[in-house]
Design a protein around this ligand. Structure first.
Ligand code: ADP
Ligand code: MG
Length: 254
């Protein structure tokens, strides 16, 4: 199944979630691929050794039908987890595909031939609602929306949900919201509680039961090219992301 992780706000934990959830599933023995679509390539940089050694990236696959996604799919530092790598060239995608009639369907067409190879395919997206994120929504069975539990965190979710409605209508009627993930949670602050009440009003039982707390270990692990499960196996972030992986498996079966 294909699960895209999107929220056009930056810094809400999309990449941290993409990396650690796909690592959790891979470490449970599930064949897992993480597709990095963000020109900033943070997922790629976080868990691929020397990504600069690879010449091509997802950009080349999306703009040249002769190049297969396998050509840019590489081993990560996590056993069982592969990454389809991004590079800054992804920033040119929108202008390169301008006027192409299938511009919104490129990623779906690229994933289609390899879909059976993996139990889980996650897509990390950039902080915009542009062509790249649209491609990822068109390609996906499910959407996970990470929301930071802070003031103004719901700003923009209307636009995201409107986009989801449009994508369903025009291109992908199967797209379902798998869950809303509360990230960077700090239960000591009053503001977190107020914000949480608001998020509950909007999303109700779409919210995953497990919240991801603010944790320095989660912030540090990418610098060591590790997931939280090896970098700080006994940390709160490690147990919370493991729980989220279990919730994802359960919700995906329904
Ligand atoms: P996005 O991909 O949505 O822009 P990131 O996952 O890159 O967000 O997170 C933004 C920043 O916050 C990064 O520096 C990341 O390491 C940090 N971060 C993410 N989740 C947490 C967390 N639960 N606790 C502490 N820092 C976090
Ligand atoms: Mg990111």
């Amino acid at each position: 199944m294909v699960i895209t992780i999107a929220n056009q706000k930056g810094g809400v934990g999309k990449t941290t979630t993409a990396v650690n959830v796909s690592a959790a599933l891979a470490l449970m023995g599930k064949n897992t691929l993480l597709i990095d679509t963000d020109p900033q390539a943070h997922s790629t940089i976080s868990i691929v050794n020397n990504p600069e050694q690879y010449e091509k990236s997802l950009y080349d696959v999306l703009t040249n039908s002769k190049i297969n996604i396998d050509a840019i799919t590489v081993d990560s530092t996590i056993p069982g987890l592969k990454v389809a790598i991004s590079k800054i060239s992804m920033a040119k995608l929108e202008s390169s595909l301008l006027g192409e009639i299938d511009s919104h369907y490129r990623l779906r067409d690229v994933i289609e031939p390899i879909i059976k190879k993996y139990e889980y395919i996650f897509i990390d997206t950039p902080p915009t609602l542009g062509l790249i994120t649209l491609n990822s929504l068109v390609s996906a069975d499910y959407l996970i929306i990470p929301i930071q539990s802070s003031y103004l965190s719901l700003e923009g979710t209307d636009d995201l949900l409107e986009t989801v409605t449009k994508v369903r209508k025009v291109a992908n009627p199967n797209l379902k919201i798998l869950g809303v993930l509360i990230t960077l949670f700090d239960k000591r602050t009053n503001i977190a509680k107020d914000v949480l009440d608001r998020i509950k009003e909007v999303f109700g039982d779409k919210i995953f039961k497990t919240f991801i707390s603010k944790s320095v270990k989660l912030e540090e692990s990418p610098a060591y090219k590790e997931s939280i499960f090896t970098y700080a196996a006994d940390s709160i972030g490690s147990s919370q992301y493991k729980e989220i992986a279990k919730e994802i498996i359960k919700r995906g079966k329904k």
